[in-house]
Design a protein around this ligand. Sequence first.
Ligand code: AKG
Length: 299
Amino acid sequence: MTSLINYKQMHHMAGNLFAPLRSEADRLACELSPEQVSFFQENGYLRGPKVLDDHQIDVLRTSLEEMRSGKNQRMNELYEIDQAYKDAPEQAVFHFLGAWMIDEGFHDILFHPKIMVPVSQLLDTSQVRMWHDQVFYKPPRHPGVVAWHQDYSYWTRAIPPRHITVWIGLDDSTLESGCVHFIPKSHRWELLPKLSLLKDMDQIREILTPSQQEEFKPTPMVLKAGECSFHHCYTIHGSYGNRADHPRRAIVLNFMHPETRSADGTRPLLEHTPLVPEGEIIAGDHYPILYDRNAPLGN
Ligand SMILES: O=C(O)CCC(=O)C(=O)O
């Protein structure tokens, strides 16, 4: 029997799907412009660059289909598969956490400089720590939505809220195929209650104040396969069903400030992981430092 690779203990790229940074010039080529950083600060989201080429898209699509079909036999190692999907896959988006622990490409994308360099700029920190990854898979002509929500409403046990999300498309993402929509400037609103993610799209409307209702102007993020977007952990976003004849698959990566602490030592922050005592920095195999601006290059 061959032994399974323990990706979560590999805090560096395992393969060669993505090129590491070799020089300061490489890093500069990955940086966002000051205008892009200002746009993010002002609006709470940003259209990002193309981060995957056709070959990388193909490899990641193949890996994802292996997870979906069960050909990847490590699905039992994930943190979780959404219960709404397990209950009614014909209604709910295929949503799960933890692909980075069971597949080389999903692991290595975490270290991809085209993602890490912008994230460190937007977090305004020299180091970037892993929080978790997610997959949102909408099959062709599927009604599953991702209801309007703020990411941090699910993450209040990891404090303070200095988290950022990167959404990476494995397919063209359009109005028809159910692209993500953002509510500009909603990152400046207060934290709203946690809502059920995969069910009623508009449940959030019941809890908005009249002025929030007025400012609720969804902006679609139409992207080509391989392109990405960034959003703040308070930015409200959601997506409608897929009316297209092709799937709308996305890898979503969630990162946090390196000194984020646990606010709850009574149960694991992610399912099946060791407890992080209250007040301690969230660290260890599941939460590696993925990028360090000050680490030597070219090794
Ligand atoms: O892929 C989607 O439709 C939703 C993604 C999402 O909720 C996120 O990126 O935080």
